[in-house]
Design a protein around this ligand. Structure first.
Ligand code: GAL
Length: 952
């Protein structure tokens, strides 16, 4: 018996690999045949890279007793081993280029036949679109080579090896390799063949590689097309009457491509051997006057960082999931994507071209873990690694160069600085001068065409906008973007509107990209969605991997709804003096002709009349004051608002007619303050005090019921289950209020009873609310009066001692024995907090208690509704003076605080209701600034009232 122990030296080799074809454009031929090799593959997992010899690659090998896995996929999500999550720490000792001996290695085997009509002539190429992290490939026993670069394509010439039937494709995949040092992104480590495997027929005379150059001259309105092709041929674009030879330029009048108006022209590249469909978008990207301009205009990026994610299949995404991402983005007014932190599946870029999104295409490169050793031995500053870096740059640029949506090439993410990055930038600038180069890690902008940062605080962003940030000469000449900001972890991000205001105020600020699109929760039988640590990882970063604007199942979070409102392409501002609304087109390219406008007049939140509003098709940047109709005559008195909406005038590729793009509201008559004339006197007897509809405990002054409705535990509440943003990131220790609050003991406040007093019309209960071991406290007085039917509670709070922290919340909480349906008049329909309330629309809303909950993957404070005038719940009607924040849930704040996963929360018998006078802001301190000072809930004297009655 022969036994060959294969050499696995390539695993730790810093070179890009061997045997693969040079990179080229990714395209689907119209007529050349292809065979998808996706599907079920035989699979064997070994603990080390060299545990098994390579006889499995030989024809005739019997893999009948092997397991099976689905390709594309990750074996750790298919029952073989488990995923590992770290943010920036390498999950193995840092000793480049060495990797651990324990190196899970998956042998994959697939036997396939060629279709009957597979042409006998020509060549063939075997393409892998993504394999993590290192693969060695054999076809019919012949070793084709090996490669690294997980999120990059690799092709092998295989025509000479193919047989009509029984082809044996063997792929050995190692989880860890030298390449892992270059792929230290903040995400799950997920080995496997996770993108498509395809066999492509290459007829004689087929196109190899080609580069579509399609520019737009905004002065003449003409586009110039030239397709450079390795193989000569002709290019036709019938709609433009273009029919030219490859390499030849042609200039014609065109409609340009922009993210707002993604005009594509169908064309064909015809070589002797095949026809390749082209989707041509004419646009020109330049750096001019210190600004990023497309087609002559500065653009404002309203972007998001997108990792590829699916809660079941990980980074193996099907086309429909990719489309869902794009549709969701478009429907939420997002106009740009950074493909953090690697080139996405190529089909995603087709969708960006088609639906219209500006793209920063990022190279698969991150060496963040070297920060732990002050960036010593960082591969990007070590010439031995430069060929691998250049290979990665080339594989990205060559694969994706024909997408009009891509305006920036990004060198990678968080890789420090070094000569290797400079080499990449030089190569890219030379290969594709028609786009700009991005990289955040180099604040001196040595290699980049934009000054890019992440998580810069508002005040610094403002300084940068004013050009007062200093920096190198080169940097001072460059525009600024935040390639990451507003960390969407858990409840938040707060402060979006404040950032947007800055972006719109200063020309140099060209917008930003929220971190990030989706929570990378993994569907799990016990936890619902698992995060770091749930698979027993020794080293992990917990739920830092769940920081998206959509939940793992792609349901929009309140953060996305807020972002949609903050970045809406039309601003609608009412004039409280009445009569008009100011409409501003905030787009960069499109006029308003694609939108209809509608008005509604609301009294006490109910629409009493509505109609359409005629708005001129304003050009980008233009505003108009549009007259509203006369307010409905003889309408009922009360609080009155105009709500004006901008709606899709017709079905679009991404939304149906009537889809709400933007809205604005203006209050023209204020709400009358609820008034209760104290006329019923409290009466004491039987250990009870009665006052109007209410019953109290005579000894404690605690409310027991209102009308027939039992009430328990009504008292002051200052605690909230700290959010990820309250808890903050570890490097921000002096302002992590979640931590400071807990240290102070705000989660275990004691309520001392100082007196229950009946004086005339009122029942007064005096208390002091304070944490053990501290001298600070809140003197709290509850004053109750009634007019016989309704009950009014006035709470007065006076801080005592030296309060050095804000309060999490300030209000009362109470328990109701049963409640399901909730109706309210105030902000809605979704969650809102002081710095996340832009999208909260005043109206009449209803929900169930369960639907009020926001399903953050790690449970935390959620679900508040803002500006609530009144709420009806559990048989009570509660009206506020002033308006209040309302929250209700079937568990206590303490239970919410203790839960690690949603599955830890079990509904109890009581519905706990919080009526808050104030909430502390949210911020995005889990990786960024905390709430701005104006959203602080300071410990200051406060007084607020609620009028309680039984709901009619
Ligand atoms: C950035 C990084 C992202 C992610 C984010 C925090 O530093 O580029 O990949 O880690 O922080 O969630």
């Amino acid at each position: 018996m022969s036994f060959r122990t294969p050499s696995v030296d390539y695993v730790e080799d810093v070179s890009p690999g061997s045997g693969a074809l040079p990179p080229r454009a990714w395209y689907a031929s119209s007529d050349a045949k292809s065979v998808s090799l996706n599907g079920s593959w035989r699979f064997r997992l070994s603990a080390t890279a060299d545990a098994e010899d390579d006889t499995f690659a030989e024809p005739g090998f019997d893999a009948g007793d092997w397991a099976e896995v689905t390709v594309p996929g990750h074996w750790v999500l298919q029952g073989h081993g488990s995923p590992v999550y770290t943010n920036h720490l390498y999950p193995f000792p840092v000793d480049p280029p060495h990797v651990p001996t324990e190196n899970p290695t998956g042998d994959h085997l697939r036997v396939f036949d060629l279709p009957a009509d597979w042409p006998a002539d020509g060549g063939a190429v075997l393409r892998f679109d993504g394999v993590e992290s290192c693969a060695r490939v054999w076809l019919n026993g012949t070793d084709l080579g090996e490669f690294k670069g997980s999120r990059l394509p690799h092709e092998f010439a295989v025509g000479h090896l193919l047989k009509p039937s029984g082809n044996v494709l063997a792929v050995r995949v190692h989880q860890w390799s030298a390449g892992s040092y270059l792929e230290d992104q903040d995400q799950w480590w997920l080995p496997g063949i996770f993108r498509d495997v395809t066999l492509l027929h290459r007829p004689a005379g087929s196109a190899l590689d080609f580069f579509v150059h399609a520019s737009y001259d905004h002065v003449t309105g003409e586009g110039t097309l030239r397709v450079d092709s390795d193989v000569d041929g002709r290019v036709s674009v019938p709609e433009l009457d273009i029919d030219v030879a490859t390499g030849e330029s042609v200039t014609v009048a065109v409609e340009p491509w922009t993210a707002e108006t993604p005009r594509l022209y169908d064309g064909v590249l015809m070589t002797e051997g095949e026809r390749v469909p082209l989707r041509v978008g004419f646009r020109t990207v330049v750096l001019e006057d210190g600004l990023i301009k497309v087609n002559g205009k500065a653009v404002l990026f309203k972007g998001v960082n997108r990792h590829e994610w699916h809660p079941v299949t990980g980074r193996a995404l099907d086309l429909e999931t990719m489309r869902e991402d794009v549709l969701l983005m478009k429907r939420h007014n997002i106009n740009a994507v950074r493909t953090s932190h690697y080139p996405p599946h190529p089909a995603f870029l087709d969708l960006c071209d088609e639906y219209g999104l500006w793209v920063i295409d990022e190279c698969d490169l991150e060496t963040h873990g070297f920060t732990e050793q002050d960036w010593r031995d960082n591969p990007v500053d070590d010439d031995r690694w430069t060929p691998a870096l250049l290979d990665r740059a080339a594989r990205m640029v060559e694969r994706d160069k024909n997408h009009p949506s891509i305006v920036f090439w990004s060198l990678g993410n968080e890789a420090g600085t070094g000569r290797g990055l400079t080499a990449m930038a030089e190569w890219i600038h030379d290969r594709d001068p028609s786009r700009l180069v991005h990289y955040e890690g180099d604040w001196n902008c040595r290699d980049t065409d934009v000054y890019s940062r992440m998580y810069a605080f508002h005040d610094e962003v403002e300084k940068i906008g004013q050009g007062l940030d200093g920096g190198t000469h080169k940097r001072r000449e460059l525009p600024f973007i935040q390639c990451e900001y507003a960390h969407a972890m858990g409840n938040g991000p707060g402060g979006l509107a404040d950032y947007q205001e800055l972006f719109e105020k200063y020309e140099r600020l060209q917008g930003g990209f929220i971190w990030e699109w989706i929570d990378h929760g993994i569907q799990h039988p016990e936890f619902g969605y698992a995060y770091g640590g749930d698979f027993g990882e020794e080293l992990h970063d917990g739920n830092f991997v769940c920081d998206g604007l959509v939940f793992p199942d792609r349901r929009p979070s309140p953060g996305l709804v807020e972002y949609k409102k903050v970045i809406e392409p039309v601003r609608i501002e009412g004039d409280p003096a009445g009569g008009t609304v100011r409409i501003t087109n905030k787009q960069d390219f499109a006029d308003l002709s694609a939108l209809d406008f509608a008005w509604a007049y609301q009294v006490d939140g109910e629409t009493v009349e509505s109609g359409s509003l005629s708005v001129p098709p304003l050009a980008p940047g233009e505003s108009a004051d549009v007259k509203l109709p006369a307010p409905p005559a003889n309408g009922p008195g009360g609080e009155a608002q105009w709500t004006v909406r901008a709606l899709a005038a017709a079905d679009t590729a991404w939304a149906p007619k009537g889809h709400v793009v933007a809205w604005g509201q203006v209050t023209v008559a204020e709400r009358p303050v609820p008034c209760v004339t104290a006329s019923a006197a409290p009466a004491c007897g039987d250990g009870r005090i009665t006052l109007g509809p209410a019953v109290f405990d005579a000894r404690t002054g605690a409310l027991r019921g209102v009308g027939g409705v039992e009430v328990s535990g009504l008292r002051l509440d200052v605690w909230r289950a700290t959010t990820d943003n309250d808890d903050g990131a570890e490097w921000q220790s002096d302002t992590r209020y979640g931590v400071l609050w807990r240290t102070l003991g705000l989660h275990r406040m004691r309520h001392r009873l100082d007196g229950v007093e009946l004086d005339g019309d009122a029942l007064t209960v005096r208390t002091r609310v304070a944490p053990a071991a501290r001298e600070v406290g809140l003197a709290t007085v509850y004053r109750w009066v009634s007019d016989g039917d309704r009950l009014k509670l006035t709470v007065s709070v006076t801080p005592e001692g030296d309060w050095t922290v804000p309060l999490p919340r300030l209000g009362v909480r109470l328990g109701l024995p049963a409640a399901d349906e909730v109706r309210w008049y105030g902000g809605g329909p979704g969650e809102a907090y002081p710095d996340t309330r832009t999208a909260s629309m005043v109206g009449r809303w209803q929900s169930t208690v369960d639907e009020l909950q926001t399903p953050y993957v790690r449970p935390q404070e959620n679900g508040a509704r803002s500006d609530v005038r009144w709420v009806e719940i559990g048989g009570l009607r509660i009206e506020g003076d002033p308006a209040f924040w309302f929250t209700a849930r079937r568990w206590t704040t303490e239970q919410l605080d203790a839960a690690r996963h949603r599955t830890d929360l079990t509904p109890g018998d009581t519905v706990w209701v919080n009526l808050d006078h104030g909430q502390h802001g949210i911020g995005s301190q889990s990786c960024g600034p905390g709430p701005l000072p104006r959203y602080f809930l300071r410990a200051e004297p406060a007084e607020f009232s609620f009028v309680i009655s039984t709901a009619g």
